[in-house]
Design a protein around this ligand. Structure first.
Ligand SMILES: Cc1cc2nc3c(=O)[nH]c(=O)nc-3n(C[C@H](O)[C@H](O)[C@H](O)COP(=O)(O)OP(=O)(O)OC[C@H]3O[C@@H](n4cnc5c(N)ncnc54)[C@H](O)[C@@H]3O)c2cc1C
Length: 413
């Protein structure tokens, strides 16, 4: 059994710790924060086998350019000649084509279905009550154009065996009879599920700490020593850590940590916002994706969580109230009885989706550092893919056959 140092305590780091600990390894997790509000806490909590189309897809570039000119739009890229953004943009353009989408669909679906199964297994364990619900997700639209796009997506979904149905507005109303819905129709992705991200994260933390896994908060990795192809030491200020194997699971901060060990990880932070409101009547049971507005609405913790926007920019602490207003204003257009209030700035959560240029996560052993496994770049699917990634990391480290083929996700692809 090995000593393993995991850098990053998001869903990917903690899931890796969970499966490695179960295999009997000795684990330490380092995180720069308190592990209470990273990207794995405030997200929409959707488990998404329906998301088999990577962000880099045909039409995204034209759509993205249209959105750039609207202050309340759900997507924004800060124009910049920063080499990291230029490199990311170039790779994104290279992958925004039909060939890439069709090559990625099956691997993404398999990874998501594996993760859903692992969430279902986790939910049976004592202490893991995290509101897992398997009602699917309704991808709702109001316009002909979005209806066409969703019908096309649904056709591709059917071809690769994703369980879904195209519903009329009335059929949607029958699924949630107490909810006032004003839409043209929806695709019901029935393999999808949802849960409460903070409950998952806290259950993992509590299980790991009770099991003797060292979780070191406020331990920011500041320097890494290498010798030949190996990592030899990791520093958090004046403390030094040594291990047999290392896992890089620092989400949007991964390029900076990778640089400390002289390797490259190409990803950009994609900032998104969320806020929650109580909903005493709890009329919504199935989460909704509002297609035109790109907003996600999830019943959670007895209330409703609203989330959305994707701002590709450097990591920063600004809260763009115009974009939050865009989320607020979109909701009653689909649900006339839901009127979320514009939250105070300090009550708005934001997180950074670690977005790889080709829209696929990086999972696998580094080809440049023998004792490093990379697990990052999960973009808008990281919560969904956390357990599958953690389990694959444990199989890679223990030199076992992986549950699924990871060729499409190798960091060296
Ligand atoms: C608005 C929004 C909605 C979303 N909805 C969904 C959804 O419904 N379903 C879904 O699947 N995904 C969703 N996502 C995406 C998902 O939240 C992320 O992909 C996922 O949380 C990333 O997890 P992670 O473990 O890679 O990174 P993180 O959760 O960001 O964790 C990385 C950790 O690394 C630590 N770290 C960074 N630098 C250092 C350092 N130098 N030293 C030590 N530690 C360090 C950080 O403190 C952090 O705790 C959403 C994201 C957003 C923003």
């Amino acid at each position: 059994m090995s000593n393993i140092l995991i850098i990053g305590g998001g869903i990917v780091g903690l899931s890796s710790a969970y499966y490695l600990h179960k295999q009997g390894h000795t684990i330490t997790v380092l995180d720069k924060g308190e592990i209470t509000d990273n990207c794995s806490f405030g997200n929409a909590g959707m488990i998404v086998p329906s998301h088999f189309v990577p962000l880099a897809a045909p039409g995204m570039v034209q759509q993205g350019i249209r959105w750039m000119f609207n202050r309340k739009s759900p997507f924004y890229v800060r124009p910049s000649l920063h080499p990291e953004l230029v490199n990311w943009g170039w790779k994104f353009l290279k992958h925004a084509n039909a060939g890439h989408v069709s090559r990625s669909a099956l691997p993404l679906k398999e990874l998501n279905l594996l993760s859903k199964q692992l969430y279902m297994d986790l939910a049976k364990e004592p202490g893991f009550e995290f509101e897992l619900q398997g009602y699917g997700i309704l991808s709702m639209y109001k316009t002909e154009r979005a209806a066409e796009e969703e019908a096309h997506l649904a056709k591709n979904a059917a071809e690769i065996g994703v369980d879904m149905a195209i519903l009329t507005a009335d059929e949607c109303r029958q699924l949630q009879p107490n909810l006032n819905i004003d839409i043209m129709g929806a695709v019901h992705f029935r393999d999808d599920a949802h849960m409460s991200p903070p409950k998952v994260m806290n259950a993992l933390l509590s299980f790991l700490e009770k099991g003797g896994v060292k979780i070191l908060r406020q331990h920011e990795v500041t320097k890494i020593d290498t010798l030949g192809a190996k990592i030899t030491k990791v520093y958090t200020g004046d403390k030094v850590f040594e291990a047999d194997q290392y896992v890089l699971a620092t989400g949007s901060w991964s390029p900076a940590i990778a640089k400390m060990m002289n390797i490259k990880v190409c990803l950009m932070p994609g900032k998104g916002y969320s806020f929650s409101e109580p909903e005493p009547q709890q009329r919504m049971t199935i989460p909704a994706l509002l297609c035109e507005a790109r907003v996600a609405i999830t019943p959670m913790n007895g209330g409703i969580r609203y989330s959305g926007t994707m701002e590709l920019d450097k990591i920063n602490t600004n809260v763009n109230m115009q974009r939050v207003m865009g989320i607020v204003e979109s909701v009653p257009k689909y649900f006339p009885d839901l009127h979320p209030a514009l939250p105070l700035k300090e009550n708005i959560w934001y997180g950074f989706r670690p977005s790889s240029a080709d829209g696929l996560p990086y999972i696998g052993r580094s080809t440049k550092r023998d004792n490093l496994v990379v697990a990052t770049g999960h973009g808008m699917m990281g919560m969904s893919l956390g357990p599958a990634t953690g389990s694959l990391v444990s199989q890679i480290i223990s030199e076992q056959k992986t549950d699924i083929d990871i060729q499409a996700f190798l960091p060296s692809r």
